[in-house]
Design a protein around this ligand. Structure first.
Ligand SMILES: *Cc1c(COP(=O)(O)O)cnc(C)c1O
Length: 365
């Protein structure tokens, strides 16, 4: 192998397109603090994501932390969430002083098992933070019913779900808030960036405070805020990338379909797909290496690596097993999350990955 293939490669506009777009900054010298490009991107994203309201942030993690903080949950309360996710989801809960309660996931799509949520609810439960993992949409209706029954909030980690529509609606309209990541490795990127979407406009003001030190006037600070503003260079990157998002997704779709054609017939490999009721954004291509495959997940992972193909074990281990969380919270059996974490392998997927490269990768299986 002369070329290393990584699991992703960041989407970028043409060099010329971006450098032309940032030129006005040399006139205005307005580089951050809710500048005109920040405002423009919020407006365009509202439309693209089909949501009533959006607040941009410096990254997805801070979007998650601040979205949780915006609800002012009492300290020492509990949040039901999933351990089959990126570590950020669990960190955001714990950094807000809340205790994660790890609910198991479903084998067919990896999202939180809504039938197991109710058993985990106690007097301390204040919220559910499910994850639309790989863009697989959670069981929104059931989760909403439970939340209403117990009067608790739902904040979706929708970091994988940019651009997805569910029954004709933007995915970000569900729950009390949804959080997106525009990190360089995501399907839509602003280099680093994130967003919270929500229906209640009061949350916009809260997030504005929280992302800007709580400053409301030259001499007035009303809240203990963070600094989590998106800067203008990142907003412009987003404006440029947004222009090309549908062709980027089309290109990814082509690659995913090619992978599926090549891998479908192989004994023991399952392509891991989501809900029929939602559109797809082709952000990731996770497969499951089950025990009827000729070698183990770790063996095929190593074999790919030896051939210059850097797949990832997204998500292994489950976050509740990480050194910083292990044995610290309520013990809950999560056999399905553990089993998926042992089987999953996320294959390279990005605009520009050629059919020949997909064939080469598939030939290694
Ligand atoms: C990427 C990601 C985040 C964090 O987003 P950043 O923009 O990297 O801070 C949170 N949750 C999930 C599921 C993610 O994949």
């Amino acid at each position: 192998m002369d070329k290393e293939i990584f699991v992703t490669r960041s989407s970028m506009p043409d060099y010329k397109e971006y450098t032309e777009a940032i030129k006005p900054l040399w006139n205005t010298h307005w580089l951050t603090n809710m500048g005109i490009y920040h405002k423009q991107l919020e407006l365009l994203l509202k439309e693209y994501m089909k949501v009533p309201d959006v607040s941009l942030t410096v990254n997805g993690h801070m979007a998650l932390e601040l979205a949780i903080q915006a609800f002012d949950f009492p300290k020492d309360t509990e949040v039901i969430t999933t351990p089959f996710t990126f570590i950020s989801t669990t960190h955001a809960i714990v950094r807000n002083g809340l205790a994660p309660v790890f609910c198991d996931v479903k084998p067919d799509d990896g999202t939180i098992d809504e039938t197991k949520i109710e058993n985990l609810i106690t007097e301390k439960t204040v919220a559910i933070i499910p994850v639309h993992v790989y863009g697989h949409v959670c069981n929104i209706e059931e989760i909403q019913k439970i939340a209403e029954k117990y009067n608790i909030k739902v904040i979706y980690d929708a970091a994988h779900a940019f651009g997805i529509e569910y029954e004709g609606n933007g995915i970000g309209v569900y729950g009390d808030a949804s959080v997106f990541s525009f990190h360089a490795t995501k399907v839509f990127n602003t280099v680093e960036g994130g967003a919270v979407t929500f229906n209640d406009h009061k949350i916009y003001e809260k997030l504005y405070n929280l992302k800007n030190f709580g400053i409301r006037g030259e001499e007035l600070v009303t809240q203990v805020g963070a600094n989590a503003k998106m800067n203008e260079f990142c907003a412009i990157m987003g404006l440029c990338n947004l222009k090309h998002i549908s062709s980027a997704m089309e290109a990814r779709k082509h690659i995913v379909e090619h992978y599926i054609r090549r891998l479908r017939e192989i004994e023991g490999i399952i392509t891991f797909e989501g809900n029929e009721k939602s559109t797809k954004n082709y952000a990731y291509f996770p497969i499951l290496i089950t025990n009827t495959y000729k070698s183990s997940r770790n063996e095929i992972y190593e074999k790919l690596k030896e051939n210059g193909v850097h797949a990832r074990k997204y998500f292994y281990p489950v976050t509740s097993d990480q050194a910083c969380f292990k044995n610290k919270y309520r013990y809950i059996d999560i056999p399905c999350a553990r089993s998926l974490a042992e089987q999953v392998l996320t294959l390279p997927l990005y605009e520009g990955l050629s059919d020949e490269e997909v064939d080469m990768i598939a030939d290694l299986f």
